[in-house]
Unconditional design. Sequence first.
Length: 186
Amino acid sequence: MQNQQTKKLTLAAMMTAVLIILGVFPGIPLGFIPVPIILQNMGVLLTTELLGAKYGTLSTALFLALALFGLPVLSGGRGGFAVFLGPTGGYLIAWLLVPAVLGSLLYLLKQHNRLSWWLELVTVMIAGVLLIDIIGSIWLSVQSHMSLTTALLSNVAFLPGDMIKATLSVILARRLRKIPALQGIF
Ligand code: BTN
């Protein structure tokens, strides 16, 4: 039990490192909204799929705390309190909520033996990708003084890339769960 907990804590720390590494790739600006295309949201999805609600939240919270305290862990080497109040602040807050929401849903589906490949992907799309984009849009509309409709419609531009990221995260998570040494942890 103790051993299992130690392994989960270690993996939570490792996923925080993965989130930081994904930030090395600079964001791609869209031009029409001050929100870039990035890879770190894929890391949040993967962290949740692998670690679930509790340890996923721990890992993501640690990553966001580093960003909040000014470490340059966000894409393009950004960090600091001001980023959380900027146009992308809503997405960052959503990243903290995803493990609890998505992780709990995936746990329930697993309990009922319903975690097929497709159902896992659809759940990740709705309780991961859409949750992030909707919360991000709400804050973006407030912060940038644009209508919520405009903010939501602008976020449609992220959907093709985010769908690819969600698919990759599900493929990777399902493969990693099959590794004997990781079974019972992921
Ligand atoms: C930040 O680094 O300040 C957060 C950037 C948030 C970007 C969001 S996450 C969801 C959507 N998909 C993307 O590729 N970019 C936006």
